[in-house]
Design a protein around this ligand. Structure first.
Ligand code: FES
Length: 139
């Protein structure tokens, strides 16, 4: 990591995957970035993440984001990596794994931006997983 965006991050930002809404999503959550590095409060950075869950697996993941290059690239990669994962696997996914998939190309000063996606995801997935494991044999 350093001062500039890496090639992989810029590719992901210029061609983001999984942007949009899922009308039949099983889990939708919104989040403002609590540690946004933008200058003017309140934070202008806002995320909406949609997950379609088929039995115990994430079938589809989409996002809408008002955020910086780092956050767009991170959410693009995060949603791509979530698809096909079981909920248990998704819960174990770390910020570091996604940064690694982006070849560590996010500048140091922007490393707090990806928190907008991963921390909220895990906060929301855990209760969903617990609730559904009591009501479904498939989970
Ligand atoms: Fe707000 Fe990066 S500056 S998400």
């Amino acid at each position: 990591m350093g001062k500039y965006y890496g090639k992989k991050v810029l590719q992901e930002f210029l061609n983001p995957q999984n942007v949009g809404e899922l009308e039949d999503a099983d889990l939708v959550f919104t989040e403002d970035n609590p540690v946004c590095t933008a200058d003017s409060p309140p934070s202008p950075c806002h995320l909406k993440l949609y997950l379609k869950i088929d039995k115990n697996r994430i079938g589809e993941a989409k996002f809408k984001l008002q955020g910086c290059v780092a956050a767009v690239a991170f959410l693009s990669k995060l949603t791509s990596m979530l698809k096909g994962k079981t909920l248990e696997e998704a819960l174990k996914l770390t910020k570091e794994e996604i940064l690694e998939a982006l070849e560590q190309g996010i500048p140091d000063e922007k490393l707090s931006c990806p928190i907008i996606g991963i921390e909220k995801l895990q906060k929301e997935l855990l209760p969903f997983l617990k609730k559904n494991s009591k009501t479904s044999k498939n989970l």
